[in-house]
Design a protein around this ligand. Sequence first.
Ligand code: UT7
Length: 326
Amino acid sequence: MSVRILGTGSYLPPKIVTNDDLSKSLDTSDEWIWSHTGIRSRHIAEADDCTSTMAAKAAQAALESAGVAPAEIGLIIVATSTPDYATFPSTACLVQAALGCSECGAYDLQAACAGFVYALEQARCWAKVNKGAKALVIGAETLSRIVDWRDRGSCILFGDGAGAVVVGEAEGEGPAAHTVLWADGKGASFIYRDGGTRLKPQPGMFPIPTLVLQGHDVFAFAVRALAKVTNQLCEKLGTTPAALDRVFAHQANGRIIEAVARRMKLPIEKFYLNLETTGNTSAASIPIALDEARRKGELKDGMKIVLCGFGAGLTYAGTYLQWPHL
Ligand code: UT7
């Protein structure tokens, strides 16, 4: 039995903040941000939205595109680093209640910007062993509430939003697919959020209740990590990166994706890019991009695709699929 993506959905809050808007309160410019990141604007949640509400809207859209009713969902996983509550209840439980998914399990998964790929792999394995069951996998973030808006070296990168997929059984065996999950905790200090919930302070970490980023270190790691997982997946499946139709890399910085393309000797056109108008939405970035590509008609059955992400932890991960089979 194989598993496939049955539908996708996304939600971006309507408020748009441009680079020019940021330059009114920060010593920065559209020229600097665009040339260093490829970002022009990002969506920012209004006071009445939070991670669970955006997640529920993206999930609702995914259910509609899949033609699946909330009552058919047996599992909800929300990948997020910005849950509504610091620890509990999970954002996934709030989404369950909002959607009216009466009979299901629900939990959050924290693997930062690689979280969606981690969550998709858990849902794929769960759907494989629970015949006929369907899962909602959601990446959702309200990063605007944790970034330090005084720090021009990090706040210009991030945006809010949510993306979701419905995963369920497919007919027959399906084509080969594979996932790799990796972490390198030695880089934990490269990007972290310090809000009082980390019990054991580490040397080099400072008590600032916001997101802290060592941009250069994360940039260098990201290029190595995205190229490594894409190469590993192709090797495992006996194919080459050149044979891929599309790569959906975490939309962190366009310059990172360009460097990955150069390192892998792939044309940049193979990489889906939408960060110009979304910024970095962490765990939401890959499902938002997938949904946008599907709605534009850019995802055709059988396309060879790699989804790859990296983020705080450090974590990194990738999935090779032949659309829409996982
Ligand atoms: O999901 C994972 C999240 N994290 C990432 O993906 C981050 C990866 N890293 C990056 O994207 C880049 O390192 C940044 C965009 C964060 C920074 O770009 P950079 O090219 O590495 O810049 P930099 O930190 O080396 O700074 C170069 C200069 C500095 O000025 P001086 O010291 O040369 O005078 C900075 O102060 O640019 C300055 N600078 C800015 N100037 C205008 C840094 N940020 C800004 C800014 N506007 N927003």
